[in-house]
Design a protein around this ligand. Structure first.
Ligand SMILES: Nc1ncnc2c1ncn2[C@@H]1O[C@H](COP(=O)(O)OP(=O)(O)OP(=O)(O)O)[C@@H](O)[C@H]1O
Ligand SMILES: [Mg+2]
Length: 486
């Protein structure tokens, strides 16, 4: 079949942004190899040849191709088995089989094994070029899809990164409760610790994974709006309600998981209604009389201590006990410092890829600062700090200077030293003695957190290290985690 030859400009569109299409011709007949190489090279592609499978594998492993023309009957070799091996890598090339005396069965088998096309020899150059164009287009789309899939995986990743005993225990419990797809779960933890991530992780590892995951922030809406949002409403249920009525989030999350975030902020009246849903496993739209089945798993999250909210009369005790069946506590980041390096590297990889920068890691000082910061905003704050550094860093190692500047710890006076703890005995009134006492005191107060101590003392870390050496304080260090050169 003769078709118009595609223009060279289509064929030489790069498959990868920074390279021309790479084509390999594998055939034991030198005439075919050279003929194809000359024909394809005219299109602007980079073309190499191989006379047997071993050479083809070697070339493919050395520098992968986008498209391979493979002779089905190489002397003494089976092109079909070669097809498997050539396509076994992470981004397999498209393969077009060339057959001199092919049967339909061979062609069917080849396509079943993933060949892009089969061409009978002798071939029409125009047809061959048209097939080449189509296969390279397929390859371009595959590369693009796989990049996008990677990006989607990154954005929707529910991987809980962490190696500390605390996070491993949390993950174990989360996986256990994931297996009970109807059990209500309460997740408690400070802001930014990863409560929503834990909820998503449970959802994705449960039998509800194919259903939707829907999250609603109970603090963001007024009582009546939240009620309508959760349960939906009937036509004319209130002024402004649409004529047809509307489904709510219980319906949207059907067969999936509904995360009620900031449950501690839910108005008391709605708490009663939620309790009824949990007990009866059904709900009514606002203004409705019909019970609708609530086929969702409820996960509630809060950064308050719900027990204390109950004691203060702000949260219903009966709902608390109903939610409290399984409680997962997500520990603050400062209590699992072991996770900081791993999380930091993970975020660095992520932002490096997103920004197209080669960020190779952290300098020792930068990592030390990260490990010593108290992270009041938890993992979210760490993520933001790494993003900040990734933006500023031109490439290579993240130095301390690229990290955000912290003002020495939590607001609210946690870094204040009680006045009466700094009495200066009569015999020790030299400046040097006073400096020694002050540095010693601040180090003790901050549990040898070098960054915070330096910040409180108004000096940089290197100066503080020098003072520790000068006054020989390192040897007096009783506990703490800061590293001190002695
Ligand atoms: N263990 C972890 N591994 C990887 N990323 C994490 C981890 N924990 C938290 N994150 C990331 O930190 C950010 C904050 O997490 P998340 O929204 O789950 O916190 P939260 O506890 O729900 O916070 P808030 O109380 O403010 O709603 C998200 O970008 C999340 O992906
Ligand atoms: Mg949240």
């Amino acid at each position: 079949m003769a078709v118009d030859a595609p223009s060279a400009s289509v064929l030489n569109t790069p498959v990868n942004r920074n390279s021309m299409p790479r084509i390999l011709v594998v055939d034991d007949e030198v005439g075919i190899r050279e003929g194809l190489q000359a024909l394809l090279a005219q299109t602007g592609a980079w073309v190499e040849t191989a006379s047997n499978l071993l050479e083809a594998y070697r070339r493919q492993e050395h520098h992968p191709f986008d498209l391979v023309f493979l002779d089905l009957r190489l002397s003494g070799e089976d092109g079909l088995s070669g097809l498997d091996r050539l396509r076994s890598g992470p981004t397999p090339p498209e393969v077009v089989l060339l057959t001199g005396h092919g049967t339909i069965q061979d062609a069917v088998e080849a396509m079943r094994k993933g060949a892009c096309d089969v061409i009978e020899k002798p071939f029409e150059p125009a047809h061959l070029l048209a097939v080449t164009e189509r296969c390279l287009e397929t390859r371009r789309l595959r590369v693009r899809v796989s990049r996008l899939q990677g990006r989607v995986r990154e954005l929707t990743s529910t991987e809980l990164v962490g190696q500390s005993a605390e996070i491993r225990e949390l993950l174990d419990r989360a996986l256990q409760v994931a297996k009970a797809p109807d059990t209500t779960i309460l997740i408690q933890g400070e802001s930014g610790t990863g409560k929503e991530l834990v909820a998503r992780c449970i959802h994705e590892r449960s039998s509800r994974a194919d259903g939707p995951f829907v999250a609603v922030n109970c603090a963001a809406l007024t009582e009546s709006l939240l009620e309508a949002e959760l349960f939906g409403y009937e036509a004319g249920a209130f002024t402004g309600a649409s004529r047809e009525g509307k489904d709510g989030l219980f319906a949207a999350a059907e067969n999936g998981t509904l995360l009620l975030d900031e449950i501690g902020e839910m108005p008391l009246n709605l708490q009663v209604k939620l309790l009824r849903v949990l007990q009866e496993k059904s709900y009514r739209r606002v203004g409705g009389v019909k019970d609708r089945p609530a086929r969702v798993r409820i996960v509630a999250a809060t950064n308050r201590k719900l027990g204390e909210e109950v004691a203060a009369g702000r949260f219903r005790e009966d709902l608390y006990y109903r939610l409290h069946v399984i409680t997962l506590e997500v520990p603050p980041l400062r209590e699992r410092v072991d996770d900081v390096p791993l999380l930091a590297h993970n975020f660095l990889d992520l932002f490096g890829r997103q920004m197209g920068k080669s960020l190779t890691g952290f300098s020792e000082d930068a990592m030390e600062t990260l490990c010593e910061h108290t992270w009041p905003g938890n993992v979210r704050e760490l993520r933001n700090a790494i993003e900040h550094a990734a933006i500023l860093c031109p490439g290579g190692l993240i130095e301390e200077a690229y990290l955000p500047r912290w003002d020495g710890g939590l607001p609210g006076g946690t870094d204040m030293i009680p006045r009466d703890s700094f009495a200066v005995p009569d015999g020790e009134r030299s400046l040097r003695a006073i400096e020694k006492r002050l540095v010693d005191l601040v180090l003790e107060e901050t549990n040898w957190n070098i960054s915070r101590a330096a910040s409180i003392l108004g000096i940089n870390r290197t100066t503080l290290y020098n003072k520790i050496k000068l006054h020989d304080l390192g040897s007096r260090r009783a506990h703490g985690r800061g590293r001190v050169p002695v």
